[in-house]
Design a protein around this ligand. Structure first.
Ligand SMILES: *Cc1c(COP(=O)(O)O)cnc(C)c1O
Length: 381
């Protein structure tokens, strides 16, 4: 039996990517500008449908960094951040010398808890420091409670930086993720729903903000024949080669979302009759997840002591990658000294949660191997 490694999420090419890259070579646009960059930005703007302006960048992390700068975050400012996330959501706060304030998740979407968020804002304000920005994340492609979070953001007049790195193709009440924040962030890293080998984008509400992001991402050159600078600049623009891959990937984005959602259905059908397993699923019809990663929690009290770590090791033995959920930032050594608001929802999710292989390119044979491990582990055969 074929025992090749099954990855959590691996790049999945559609076929036309090389055509765009080839064009870049033929026209010698091997630079962080060119027709593919403009074309990729247009493709993304059309896909997101809302009135947005996109700047293609070298990574999602770069987009978060520039987003915080554009929202006025300076050294010493406080920035609220969903605790359960990838560290790339929080690291740019540190780049700026600002202070992260972490907030718990809720159990429905595993994202920012509106109640804990409001408590955090009220308490920080009472301490004389109103948070500058709220970083909210659509974890594993599942939209956060957009309506509740936005209502709080409006009530306290604090802009939302929407980390949609994992949620391209998801939507909430028929509006695409990436378009809800004052600034939105996308990622095209190798493991994401589409990839440019490495890359990201900033989603802005108007051309001035987009132009400012592009200006900062290309070393902040003033308009002069010589090199003239009045601001600190960055080298964060996407290259025309990477953008070519992105244009090809945009052609199969919807298909990849379909395939990821199929993987989620595959797991749902196999876990349905196993007690003590819960799979991350949309709370109601308002939510539509790209199911970038299918993720479960196991309640060992209901599974005769079988744990997520046990399942992870069983997968590993079969050469199948699975991974614990994101370890909350307030539990990370680098961030543990910063304020945290909430209870232990994120912590419990981390203790009992596991991400399963979810790639859009998994074969029937690979699904069969995954299924056998699950069934063996839970003595289902
Ligand atoms: C991947 C990811 C990022 C960072 O994107 P890069 O393109 O890898 O820099 C940020 N936030 C979240 C939640 C992510 O999953």
């Amino acid at each position: 039996m074929n025992n090749a490694k099954i990855w959590l999420s691996s790049p999945h090419m559609g076929g036309t990517e090389q055509k765009y890259v080839q064009e870049a070579f033929e026209t010698n646009w091997i630079a962080p500008l060119g027709p593919n960059v403009n074309g990729f930005e247009k493709d993304l703007e059309n896909y997101l449908q809302e009135e947005v302006q996109i700047g293609a960048l070298s990574s999602g992390t770069a987009a978060i960094h520039l987003g915080l700068i554009l929202l006025g975050v300076k050294a010493g400012d406080e920035v609220i951040c969903q605790s359960m996330t990838f560290s790339a959501s929080a690291n740019p706060i540190m780049y700026l010398g600002a202070i992260p304030v972490f907030v718990d998740s809720e159990a429905d979407t595993w994202n920012l808890c509106p109640k804990a968020l409001e408590n955090a804002i009220i308490d920080r304000i009472s301490k004389g420091k109103k948070p500058k920005v709220i970083i909210a994340v659509h974890l594993y492609g599942m939209p956060y409670k957009v309506q509740e979070i936005n209502a709080i953001a409006v009530k306290y007049d604090i802009p939302v930086l929407e980390d949609s790195a994992e949620a391209l193709g998801s939507h909430y009440k028929n509006q695409k993720c990436g378009t809800f924040g004052e600034i939105g962030v996308l990622s095209f890293n190798g493991n994401k729903i589409i990839t440019t080998s490495g890359g990201g984008a900033i989603v802005t509400k108007n051309k001035e903000t987009k132009d400012k992001a592009v200006f900062l991402s290309t070393q902040a050159r003033d308009d002069a024949p010589h090199y003239q600078h009045s601001e600190v600049g960055y080298n964060y623009r996407m290259s025309n080669i990477c953008a070519g891959i992105g244009r090809g990937q945009m052609e199969i984005l919807d298909l990849h979302v379909e395939l990821r959602r199929e993987m989620h259905n595959f797991y749902t059908s196999y876990f349905e009759d196993i007690d003590g397993i819960a799979i991350l699923t949309e709370p109601n019809q308002d939510y539509y997840s790209n199911h970038w990663l299918s993720a479960i929690t196991i309640d060992p009290a209901k599974t005769n002591g079988k744990t997520t770590e046990g399942l992870r090791l069983a997968f590993e033995k079969a050469n199948i990658e699975s991974r614990p959920l994101w370890k909350p930032m307030h539990l990370q050594p680098i961030f543990s000294k910063y304020p945290y608001y909430g209870e232990n929802i994120a912590e419990k999710l981390f203790e009992n949660g596991l991400c399963l292989p979810s790639g859009s390119n998994l074969t029937d044979g690979e699904r069969e191997r995954i299924k056998l491990v699950v069934y063996d582990f839970f003595n289902k055969r």
